[in-house]
Ligand binder design. Structure first.
Ligand code: CA
Length: 230
């Protein structure tokens, strides 16, 4: 099977080299772009399976590039992993809400980066729909048609909102959701958004999941994620 194509958008040469070295060692095929403009120029013809996108770029920054990629129907489905500084929390949240799939903070370990790349490619390859009838992960079975959740075969009772939050997150394990994205998915865009209301849902959900509540992870300053692996 041909290895996936990755578009790497990064203006700093040492980081570019580090990314290229590690990705090529895993046999991924790479296209490099030094700027946002260049990335936007090649993305439609190269059609990568994944984009690694630095946020701090000269000219059109990573957020602008992400916005344009997600606004174009041809490229909207390509998963984007942002490369950011840890201090850029607000940018990370904005990027996720613009449709980026994940982020990795600099300085990153190649091992972590490659794991994220693999996970994003896997999610990208799986046709995901929020209406999927059945989600099963870490002993948690979510049956949408029957509105039923079992943890290690034991049924638990969730509110409608808790159910939707769990289904949203568990159907895309490893993906970080901002609070806004969770509210949006659960209630639709018109629902009044408060960070607190999401946090309350998560607390309730974790409690009802019992031991399995540990799979619902807090991502500090960003939002929540359903753990992908044990
Ligand atoms: Ca940069």
């Amino acid at each position: 099977m041909e290895k996936s194509k990755i578009l790497v958008v990064e203006d700093e040469a040492p980081i570019q080299e580090l990314l290229q070295f590690n990705l090529e060692r895993q046999k991924y095929r790479i296209q490099l772009a030094d700027s946002g403009e260049q990335a936007l120029e090649v993305v439609g013809t190269y059609m990568p399976d994944l984009i690694l996108l630095d946020i701090m770029l000269p000219g059109a920054d990573g957020l602008e590039v992400c916005k344009q990629i997600k606004a174009n129907p041809k490229t909207a489905r390509i998963p984007v992993i942002m490369l950011t500084a840890l201090s850029e929390e607000a940018d990370i949240v904005t990027g996720l809400e613009l449709g980026a799939d994940d982020y990795v903070t600099k300085p990153f370990s190649p091992r972590v980066l490659l794991a994220r790349v693999k996970a994003a490619l896997r999610r990208g390859a799986t046709k995901f729909s929020n209406d999927d009838d059945f989600v099963s992960i870490h002993g948690i079975d979510i049956d949408s048609a029957r509105h039923k959740v079992t943890v290690n075969e034991e049924e638990i009772t969730l509110t409608s909102t808790e159910f939707k939050v769990l289904r949203l997150m568990a159907s895309q394990p490893g993906r970080v959701f901002t609070r806004y994205q969770i509210v949006d998915a659960v209630h639709g865009e018109d629902y009044p958004v408060t960070d607190r209301s999401v946090d309350v849902q998560i607390v309730g959900l974790r409690k009802k999941l019992g031991e399995a509540g540990r799979f619902v992870e807090t991502v500090r300053g960003i939002g929540y994620r359903f753990k992908e692996t044990e």
